[in-house]
Design a protein around this ligand. Structure first.
Ligand code: GCB
Length: 596
């Protein structure tokens, strides 16, 4: 399987982050591609930070609500010592699509806002000299993008409409790199692990480019850097006696080092990556990690913070994980798109379990009416069609290629709340599930099920391994009546258990609460009511064995498109957007840390 190896410093490789302030120009009139803006200094004097969304950096609405191209440009000096190396330009993400030039030459084109892309640019750079890197980043969502949307032409300009409930932040959200590899290099490493009593097995595949006749040495070291196994050649298998597994709550990692050796055993290329030895399996209605039943406690999250929007930020990452730990959470879902790879690397080390989700959110006409204000048929020639299917498929391929070696990821989510009650939806998802399994036979596959897709209507859940349910009893239904909500939730849940007998993870449940709003008796939007809704769900979960997880919607308040259902964004966070606890956080801490 093709992987997408993260850039790393190794004895044979060096990387250089191009983060910082880049020149920036919005291009609402679509002039740049016609006029060839990559050939010159971008017009205007704006600069923006990379990584960050651009939307919230300036007070103007035309920046915040920009639709179309945004141009980024920087000048970088390529180290003289890189002479003779292969040089790669890599973007960890550009939301939602980009074209990149080095000086006058187009080097990259990529669709999809949340996965990396790169190109060998050796022939275009002169070590010691400077290059101009220009990227045009287009934020338009269409029926053929993942996620989908459409653009409305109005007398006041373009307006982007979409069918998901988070703001359409755009820009260079993650690190941009220049990095080196030797000429012949290690291109791909895929690892699959197994456990058998105290013996761990690491099966690996490696692909190299060039270096014919070279041989390969693969070494595994434990966390104390002691060698525990080695092998030559690929594919291969390493056996680890007295294995120390990766497990939830303890991110024990080994380091796998692949060394490519040429004539006379001279080192050609070295690539190392952290790996965790663990297994994942679904058994009846149980979700097993290392053979032990696992119960997910955590959140659906967002990459979202004030000012930087979806720009990756290590400070927020560390703080969010610390808050999750304070609560006793053990997991989260990367709702509704692949997060920065730094987040997965950190989860690997922290022993936090991750449900990895592709950006397929909003493939649902019913939600479209609520959020996009438009009536359409979900699956049709004019809407979600075969071209969309291919983009969706590619998004899954890129997600798995980037994340397959992360032990924290235990489950793939290939869509959030799609239409799942029509023959068209089954025809759409059947091949996607098959493709996901082909790419990764080791992890279970699921999708997050929409409230209206009740067990009697749903026609696709039998294709999947785990039922992930998003439910809002007591909020969008039975608003304000938790007794009725509890009854109807339990009834529905029992119907799922009877129909499928699969493990059920609640991937969303919750209620909006405006921090500081209080009432007795509790009413919607208050902190008390949010707490009561969560407690109601928990009573039901505790009565049903097939429920193997609870991930609240949401970890923190987040930005959305404007709407009368939202108060300055979505307020279902148990933390505010600046990560202050609401009453629900204290209740969760008592439950998850068993303090009551
Ligand atoms: C959902 C969606 C999520 C929304 C949430 C809500 O079902 O999956 O993206 O933000 O509901 O708060 O309405």
């Amino acid at each position: 399987m093709a992987t997408m190896l993260a850039p790393r410093d190794t004895p044979t490789r060096e990387r250089k982050a191009l983060n910082g302030l880049w020149r920036f120009a919005l291009d609402a009139a679509d002039d740049g591609r016609v006029q060839g803006w990559w050939r010159q200094r971008l017009p205007g004097s704006r600069e923006v930070p990379v990584p960050s969304s651009y939307n919230d950096l300036f007070p103007e609405a035309d920046v915040h609500d920009h639709v179309g191209d945004a141009w980024y440009q920087t000048v970088v000096r390529v180290p003289e010592r890189w002479r003779g190396e292969r040089i790669v330009l890599r973007f960890d993400a550009a939301t939602h699509r980009a074209v990149v030039w080095i000086d006058e030459t187009k080097v990259l084109e990529h669709e999809g806002g949340y996965t990396p892309f790169e190109a060998d640019v050796t022939d275009l750079v002169e070590p010691g000299g400077e290059i101009r890197v220009t990227a045009v980043v287009d934020n338009i969502l269409s029926w053929q993008s993942i996620p989908p949307g459409y653009v409305e032409e109005t007398p006041d300009g373009r307006r982007q409409r979409y069918f998901h409930d988070f703001f359409n932040y755009a820009g260079l959200h993650r690190t941009v790199w220049l990095y080196t590899t030797p000429g012949p290099y290690i291109a791909d490493v895929t690892v699959v692990t197994e456990l058998n009593g105290s013996i761990g097995t690491v099966r690996y595949e490696v692909e190299t480019s060039g270096g014919d006749g070279a041989n390969m040495l693969v070494t595994l070291r434990d966390a104390e850097e002691k060698e525990v196994a080695h092998a030559t050649g690929a594919p291969g298998e390493l056996t680890v006696e007295d294995v120390h597994p990766w497990r939830p709550g303890e991110g024990y990692l080994y380091e796998l080092t692949v060394e490519l050796r040429g004539p006379g055993d001279a080192t050609v290329d070295v690539y190392s990556l952290p790996i965790g030895i663990r297994t994942v399996r679904v058994d009846g209605a149980r979700f097993l990690i290392n053979g032990d039943p696992f119960y997910f406690k955590g959140f659906g999250k967002h990459e979202d913070s004030a000012v930087r929007g979806k720009g990756h930020d290590d400070a927020f990452m560390v703080h969010d994980f610390a808050l999750m730990d304070w609560l006793g959470a053990n997991s989260f879902r990367t709702s509704h798109y692949p997060y920065a790879e730094e987040v997965l690397e950190y989860a690997d080390r922290q022993g936090i379990v991750v449900i990895g989700e592709v950006a397929a959110v909003g493939l649902n006409a019913q939600l479209g009416e609520v959020l996009g204000g438009v009536s359409f048929t979900t699956f049709s020639e004019e809407t979600v069609n075969s071209a969309t299917h291919e983009v969706h498929s590619q998004a899954i391929r890129e997600l798995i290629a980037r994340d397959t070696n992360h032990p924290c990821v235990v489950l793939w989510s290939i869509a959030n709340e799609p239409e799942s009650w029509t023959p068209e939806s089954r025809a759409y998802f059947e091949p996607l599930v098959a493709e996901t399994r082909r790419l990764d036979p080791t992890r279970p596959v699921a999708f997050a099920n929409f409230m209206a897709a009740t067990p009697d209507r749903d026609v696709i859940s039998d294709l999947f391994d785990v039922l992930m349910l998003n439910r809002y009893h007591g909020w969008y239904a039975q608003t304000g009546d938790l007794a009725a909500a509890e009854r109807s939730l339990e009834q529905e849940l029992r119907a799922w258990v009877d129909k499928h007998g699969k493990p059920i993870v609640f991937t969303e449940y919750g209620a909006d609460a405006v921090a500081g709003a209080h009432a007795l008796p509790p009413g919607p939007w208050t902190e008390e009511y949010q707490t009561d809704v969560l407690a109601m769900f928990h009573r039901v979960f505790d009565r049903i064995d097939a429920v193997v997880g609870e991930q609240i919607w949401n970890f923190a308040d987040f930005a959305t498109a404007p709407g009368i259902m939202r108060v300055d964004g979505n307020k279902k966070g148990v933390f505010t957007r600046d990560r202050r606890p609401k009453a629900a956080a204290h209740m969760l801490r008592r439950r998850w840390r068993r303090l009551q």
